[in-house]
Design a binder for this molecule. Structure first.
Ligand code: SIN
Length: 276
């Protein structure tokens, strides 16, 4: 297995490895690489849905998304689908998966199935690097804070996604909910401090009002999306991406109107988050 940094501050490309034929030794090595980078890119994988599932099950326990449709054959595989007639895409704004759960997802494994001719890249951000580079006074302001994460504003009855042409694809209107988490966590594998708030799901700081929260959240978000902490991955047939939801954000570009895009996503369960 060969590991090459993808960009200065974000992700790594893994080559000389087929996820469908991983030896136990390679799996152990891959766990270490995943803990170090939190964002791995693979090319030319040719992974069938059952091989996708098998790899995910070898890595961890699967947690099923409450809102997305799944493949007919495998309820563990969520479809991230945009038909060519649809305007709105899933995950088009910065977020991290399942931060609204009391025990948020550890990771997500995304496999390209149908790609537009151009566009549809996924952008990522490294929240451990972003935390490290925060000015001292900002680190001080957020230490010991907790934040509320929710999905109601997206998937609830009048949620943003329900008002778009994606609504037909979504279930789970009665399964919305909130959770609170520390704003700075210790990553359970790398031991690094990580900024754990995200634009998609973080509503406000616990005990603060909405406006006051908004101002500080926007300041943090502006810091994170700087080029030194972010990167953009261009999908090709056979591409697979595996990210750690505890230390990354992602968003899918919606720049391919009139074309279809279908990705298969499996999400792996995490553990309760620990404050730094
Ligand atoms: C997601 O938000 O999980 C989907 C990302 C993508 O479709 O690129």
């Amino acid at each position: 297995m060969k590991i090459t940094a993808f960009s200065e501050g974000c992700g790594a490309v893994v080559t000389d490895l087929q996820l469908a034929n991983l030896t136990n030794d390679a799996l152990v090595e891959l766990r270490g690489v995943f803990a170090e980078y939190g964002l791995l890119f693979f090319r030319n994988q040719d992974l069938t849905p059952d091989q996708h599932l098998e790899f995910a099950e070898r890595f961890g326990r699967i947690v099923i998304n409450k809102f997305f449709k799944t493949t007919t054959e495998f309820p563990q595989i969520a479809e991230v689908r945009k038909e060519k007639t649809q305007q709105t895409n899933i995950g088009g704004g910065w977020h991290t998966d399942h931060s609204y759960d009391a025990i948020p997802a550890m990771g997500s494994i995304l496999v390209a199935r149908t790609l537009p001719k151009t566009g549809g890249d996924t952008q990522f951000a490294n929240l451990a690097a972003a935390y490290d580079a925060l000015p001292k006074n900002l680190k001080k302001r957020i230490e010991n804070l907790r934040a509320v994460h929710s999905n109601t504003h997206l998937y609830g009855e009048n949620g943003l996604y329900r008002l778009t042409d994606l609504s037909e694809q979504l279930g789970g209107v009665d399964r919305v909910g909130d959770a609170t988490h520390p704003v700075v966590i210790i990553h359970p594998e790398s031991g690094r401090k990580v900024l754990y708030v995200n634009p998609g799901h973080t509503i406000q700081f616990e005990g603060w009002d909405f406006t006051e929260s908004r101002a500080l959240l926007d300041e943090l978000y502006e810091h994170v999306i700087q080029p030194q902490f972010t990167c953009s991955f261009n999908w090709l047939p056979g591409s697979v991406t595996f990210w750690d939801n505890r230390c990354t954000w992602h968003q899918a570009n919606n720049d391919y109107q009139g074309q279809a895009r279908l990705m298969h996503r499996i999400t792996l369960a995490g553990s309760a988050l620990t404050a730094a």
